[in-house]
Design a protein around this ligand. Sequence first.
Ligand SMILES: [Zn+2]
Length: 369
Amino acid sequence: MKTRQMTVHDVCQSLETWAPLSWQESYDNAGLLCGNRSQVITGILISLDCTEAVVQEAIEQGCNMIVAHHPIVFKGLKSLTGKDYVERTMILAIKNDIAIYASHTNLDHAPKGVSYQLATQLGLINGKVLRPFKQALKQLTYFIPTESAAKTLEALHAAGAGNIGNYSECSFSQLGTGRFTPNEAANPTIGTSNKAEEVQEEQVQLIFPAHLEKVVLEALFKSHPYEEVAYYINQLDNTWNEVGSGYVAELPEALNAEQFSKYLKEKLELHHFRHTAWLKKPIKRVAVCGGAGSFLLGDAIKAGADVFISGDFKYHEFFDAENYLTICDIGHYESEVMIKEAIHAYLSNNFSTFAVLKSMTNSNPVSYA
Ligand SMILES: [Zn+2]
């Protein structure tokens, strides 16, 4: 059997199953930044940043797609003349038919995303998302003759509806009476034109991720026997506990400041890190956020964390730790670089017709003297 050749589009779709683009922050620019969606993939290079050196590495390795965490293009480009590193990177990629894809804040928010990977690298246990998403779930309610309910539920579950935490195929139904009068233009499954009809129906409700609305409705319309499907959709205010920013978890055993400092350096191969004063109590509960995480400090404090590990804290932001917890600023690059490993594992698992490589380029623009 001949395996189908995989395209840039297939890889985008696969990555967006893990981290849908609608989960990115409003300021972000995640997604396919350059390249032809129908191009057949020869190999993928994974990096944290996409720089000229990374594009050069892709050329040398025979990879025609780069999957990076940080989008090389953030603001709109009005010209492409090579006047700065962003434009030179794009020109080099386009000239060599290399597609560039960025999975950024959408991957920060995704289950098993950046902060989860940081927590995993640290060996933390019993974790959960620090600031779960709100308004990312919707509820579908529809009405259907009882004998057809199972068929629609099967289709809706296959489309991704009805999952709550560790539970799948969740739904709720109640019996009732449906009433309708078809007009002369109607082609009713049950009943006849201009005659009032009463049918025993079920009202079925289930939750689905908001970004799947289109496929969920398609599944409903395809599997429902009626010409005119009666349904409605509600936006839910519920938190979605698996999706959101940061992660809070526990060390396997409590450590004192000196032990923790050594542990952190060993686990993440750090030479040093910046921190606020150590509190005079054992460290057990640890909040993390890959990248610039100061916006989550309040959530880390509320979650009862003893330390908050992230990057890019500014001088004045360190004061906000007060005596609640200890901020450990390990560096932006250092707090996110492990995502390369996770993207590599994900793509290697999903594709077997081309090589998936981790970039060997150290793209960290910060050096320590
Ligand atoms: Zn970052």
